[in-house]
Design a protein around this ligand. Structure first.
Ligand SMILES: Nc1nc2c(ncn2[C@@H]2O[C@H](COP(=O)(O)OP(=O)(O)O)[C@@H](O)[C@H]2O)c(=O)[nH]1
Ligand SMILES: [Mg+2]
Length: 256
């Protein structure tokens, strides 16, 4: 035992002497390298954590956002729930991914109520948003076309959406019913309505043009491919669980 202690002491003295023999600059450099490596790993962690992982479900009331939220989380539509007045939100692994063996990153999904008073909530989530799903009722589409186009127009001209180029998926929901409109029809109608809105709204707000991001190409009829952010159209049925196209969109922007 004593032998061991004296051996350790000798070794410690050896190290001390060696350190004293080194030029002082070299020690500073070594300390600097250790410090920088530490800072690098801390930064890496922070960057990884703040990568946006929020998916926002927006759209008019009754389009099927809440049903879709439950379907994504639980694989069931939870029928019979009341009109949501508070945003439904939560971090989870998609139900369809549960049986996968490897570690999967969760998605933070927010179901923003369509009621116009509560839409302001949307802005709170946009800084962390990786993708926005705009749910459209493909069954009862025509009576709501104008209102849906207005909401979509507001979304597509939002500063955060434009600046951060947040991808938008226009999701034609309720396609389990044969009378549902096709996604091409819905896209064309929305483009037509937005084109009308574009003319009327830019006429009103030429004074504060700085706040409004003009949509599309001037002098051409509006089509969604003119948006600076990626805008795509897909179909789903939140009720029957036919949601693979939404899941694909989510995992394209929130890495599993
Ligand atoms: N046929 C059909 N009905 C749906 C679908 N998704 C939702 N619904 C119905 O549409 C109504 C509104 O759904 P909800 O999820 O509350 O819409 P929200 O207001 O956007 O949250 C409910 O009666 C749902 O049962 C769907 O994919 N197909
Ligand atoms: Mg709802």
């Amino acid at each position: 035992m004593e032998n061991l202690v004296s051996q350790l002491e000798q070794w410690k003295n050896g190290v001390d002497q060696w350190i004293h023999r080194q030029p002082v600059e070299q020690l500073y450099v070594a300390a600097g390298v250790v410090f920088l490596t530490f800072v690098f790993f801390v930064l890496l962690r922070i960057l990884k954590r703040t990568k946006p992982n929020t998916i926002v479900l927006a759209g008019l009331s009754g389009s099927g956002k809440t049903t879709l939220f439950y379907q994504l989380r639980d694989g069931s539509p939870h029928q019979g729930t009341v009109t949501s007045m508070e945003p439904n939100e939560g971090s989870f692994i998609l139900h369809s991914e549960l049986e996968k063996k490897k570690k999967i990153n969760p998605v933070y999904v927010v179901d923003v109520p369509g009621h116009s008073r509560l839409r302001l909530k949307l802005d709170e989530y946009l800084p962390q948003t990786a993708g926005l799903v705009f749910v459209v009722d493909a069954l009862d589409f025509l009576p709501n076309c104008r209102a849906a186009a207005e909401y979509l127009y507001d979304i597509l001209t939002k500063t955060t959406i434009v600046k951060r180029k947040i991808p938008v998926l226009i999701l034609c929901n309720k396609t389990d019913k044969v009378t549902a409109h096709t996604k091409d029809f819905i896209r064309k109608q929305l483009e037509k309505e937005i084109d009308k809105l574009r003319t009327s709204r830019t006429a009103i707000s030429t004074a504060d043009i700085a706040n409004e991001h003009s949509l599309g190409t001037a002098g051409e009829p509006f089509v969604i491919s003119q948006c600076v952010n990626k805008v795509t159209v897909a179909e789903a049925s939140g009720l029957t669980g036919n949601i693979s196209q939404v899941e694909h969109f989510i995992r394209e922007y929130v890495r599993p």
